[in-house]
Design a protein around this ligand. Structure first.
Ligand SMILES: [Zn+2]
Length: 259
């Protein structure tokens, strides 16, 4: 597949999956099923049909409102659709030589997008989403390692998961409640992916997340939007750090070690 075609396919797949993630973000924190019932307007109960559910396009045509009652449906659909598509395209370009790796990392991308959104809205990282991603992502990474004939990557992924879990568990118990347990559960998923690429970038990935979280936390305190006791959702920063580590983890390690 040419890279141009791959980018188009990744963008369209990202828009469709982002649309599905809207349903996940609305229902999973409340314990609902993502499979049924069909989507309805939260205000008037209008059952949404295909023309209400075309990613981005429907939202723009309806200007973010219900077709029947004109109640606002919020920016959630368009934010999730566009950010999922953007991450899919980034990973598609990065891993363009190996479609199976692109697919594996798109599972990570979808998980990071939906968990980031849910964490920002509810200060929670539903563990059923993290566990589902571990199973789907784990299978995809194993398949990718076998297809590439690099089976050692399976052990690298397991090592990365263990490193991330150990680091986050230590920070969790050291912070005495300053961090949610959902962050600890998310860590091995991130470590599994980074370790599959290179176990040396697992710790830098977490480090990037902490730096980003600290910068935003200090900025919020400086702007008097937070004090030391304000709970800062940490999932978005872990997600950001992980994506950064995929792209600049190794150059960062080389720079630190003076190579
Ligand atoms: Zn309505």
């Amino acid at each position: 597949m040419s890279v141009q075609l791959l980018v188009v396919v990744a963008a369209v797949a990202g828009l469709l999956i982002g649309s599905f993630l809207t349903v996940v973000a609305e229902r999973v924190p409340e314990g609902g099923s993502v499979a049924a019932p069909p989507s309805r307007c939260g205000s008037c109960g209008l059952r949404l049909g295909p023309r209400d559910l075309v990613p981005v396009f429907s939202w723009l045509v309806l200007r973010g409102k219900c077709r029947q009652c004109k109640a606002s449906i919020g920016i959630q659909p368009i934010v999730l659709e566009l950010s999922t598509a953007a991450l899919f395209v980034l990973f598609a370009v990065e891993f363009q030589d190996d479609l199976v790796v692109v697919i594996a990392f798109c599972i990570l991308a979808a998980t990071l997008v939906v968990q980031t959104w849910i964490d920002l809205q509810t200060q929670r990282l539903p563990r059923e989403i993290t566990y589902t991603a571990m199973v789907l992502g784990g299978v995809a990474l194993i398949v990718a390692a076998i297809v590439l004939d690099e089976p050692e990557r399976i052990w690298m992924a397991a090592l990365g998961a263990a490193i991330a879990l150990a680091l986050m568990a230590a920070i969790y118990y050291g912070s005495k409640g300053g961090m949610g347990f959902g962050d600890v559960i998310l860590a091995p998923l991130l470590g599994m992916y980074l370790g599959w690429l290179n176990p040396g970038i697992v710790a830098p990935g977490l480090f990037f997340g902490f730096i980003a979280g600290a910068v935003v936390g200090v900025a919020m305190m400086a702007g008097k939007r937070a004090d030391r006791r304000t709970a800062v959702p940490f999932g978005p920063f872990l997600a950001l750090g992980t994506v950064a580590a995929v792209f600049i983890g190794q150059p960062f390690v080389d720079a630190v070690l003076g190579r």
